[in-house]
Design a protein around this ligand. Structure first.
Ligand SMILES: C[S@@+](CC[C@H](N)C(=O)[O-])C[C@H]1O[C@@H](n2cnc3c(N)ncnc32)[C@H](O)[C@@H]1O
Length: 208
């Protein structure tokens, strides 16, 4: 979950000196997060032409931008975030809480009956600092992702989710076992070394 308590100045200094940030700026990407998705995509061959992809927790838009640059209009990408995202060609954006039933309804309208090939979630909830509360909140968010993938992800589809070491991640990995053929942990180079963050790729959704 998002780190709390870091002094703002310290964060800014670290961000400005970060090699991934510099690379993102020089390549015109909106965030350093893009290199996490790129590394996983290159390793696992996740994104292919013609796919319908849902990008959860998309702002500022690095992941959606990566998909749009790689496949443009050959992929249908729908992005969702609590925070407004600047417009991106080839990407439809929904502004709101992914856990809000109204956003799910709007997502369904945009999907217009299409099943989804790939769900990617980089969502990180705000933390209160109380571990049990934060884990419970994160578990709720992960439940929404599982619920959505139960309903809208194709059989054979993949789900990539950002996790943080802890009970919510443990819960998620247990839930995924009955729903997907396999799962792998990924810790891309752009993921900060000491952080509790990692990614979990659930592969090949089983028929329900
Ligand atoms: C690390 S950022 C995502 C960076 C993005 N993947 C990129 O490449 O630029 C995490 C995002 O998750 C969003 N988020 C957290 N909880 C959310 C929720 N319940 N619904 C929608 N977005 C959420 C936050 O607003 C934040 O923008």
């Amino acid at each position: 979950m998002a780190q709390k308590g870091n002094k703002k100045g310290e964060w800014v200094r670290r961000h400005v000196n970060d090699a991934w940030v510099k690379r993102a700026v020089s390549q015109g990407y909106r965030s350093r997060a893009v290199y996490k998705l790129q590394e996983i995509d290159e390793q696992d061959k996740l994104i292919k032409s013609g796919m319908t992809i849902i990008d959860l927790g998309s702002t500022p838009g690095g992941w959606s931008q990566y998909i749009a640059r790689k496949h443009g209009s050959a992929c249908k990408t729908i992005a969702v975030d609590l925070i407004e995202m600047d417009n991106l060609d080839q990407v439809q954006f929904l502004h709101g809480d992914f856990q809000d039933p109204d956003i799910l309804k709007q997502l369904d309208e945009l999907l217009d009956g299409c099943q989804v090939d790939l769900v990617i979630s980089d969502m990180a909830p705000n933390i209160t600092g109380v571990r049990s509360v934060d884990e419970a909140q994160f578990e709720g968010l992960l439940d929404s992702v599982l619920y959505f993938s139960d309903l809208r992800l194709k059989v054979g589809g993949n789900l990539l989710v950002k996790l943080f070491e802890g009970s919510a991640a443990h819960y998620f990995r247990k839930e995924v076992r009955s729903r997907f053929q396999s799962g792998v942990v990924r810790k891309p180079n752009a993921s900060r070394p000491g952080s509790r963050e990692f990614y979990f790729l659930a592969k090949n959704k089983k028929p329900i």
